[in-house]
Design a protein around this ligand. Structure first.
Ligand SMILES: [Zn+2]
Length: 178
């Protein structure tokens, strides 16, 4: 199955909280439901042999805009983090100030810069344990970005077990660590 096809199928899966119509846009009322989409992306990345970090972008009223996952290994692309992959999949928008970035791991500085540059309203993080300080989200919070840490045990375990199994891949460019 092609990557594109897998992405399309993943895009169409998930657990919408409400749907007025089978074809209606999926809406995710709860942050945990939003995180489930990002976590699903992390698992897709892991199944592809990649680093299991996923992300998704939603509007403030819970409409799913896009989703993606870290593809540094799959695409031989150090710029492909979960957050940037979701961002690229989102296409063009007139504003990002009504958008939520949801990610399984606290964003690195590179992705923190993306949040700052494009003015996301909110960042929902699955966990912060596997992202050592200093944390960019403290800076974002000072700038008025709404920051939520869900402290997901599943997110913590997924990445901790990966980094224990693949320490070289995890430490390769420091991109997830500073
Ligand atoms: Zn990043």
């Amino acid at each position: 199955m092609s990557l594109q096809r897998k992405r399309l199928e993943a895009q169409n899966s998930g657990s919408p909280v409400t749907a007025k119509h089978p074809m209606a846009t999926q809406r995710y009322a709860a942050e945990t439901a939003m995180l489930a989409v990002a976590l699903e992306e992390a698992h897709i990345g892991l199944a592809e042999g990649g680093i299991p970090i996923g992300a998704a972008i939603f509007t403030l009223d819970g409409e799913l805009v896009s989703r993606g996952h870290n593809q540094r290994i799959q695409d031989n692309d150090p710029s492909s983090h979960g957050e940037t992959d979701a961002f690229r999949n989102a296409g063009r928008h007139t504003t990002w100030r009504d958008k939520i970035l949801v990610t399984t791991l606290a964003p690195c500085w590179y992705c923190t810069g993306m949040v700052r540059q494009f003015g996301f309203a909110k960042v929902v993080m699955g966990e912060t344990v596997n992202q050592p300080p200093p944390h960019g989200y403290d800076w974002l919070r000072e700038l008025g970005v709404d920051i939520v840490d869900l402290g997901s045990p599943e997110c913590i375990e997924l990445l901790a077990s990966y980094s224990a199994r693949e320490p070289d891949a995890w430490a390769e460019d420091g991109g997830q660590q500073w």
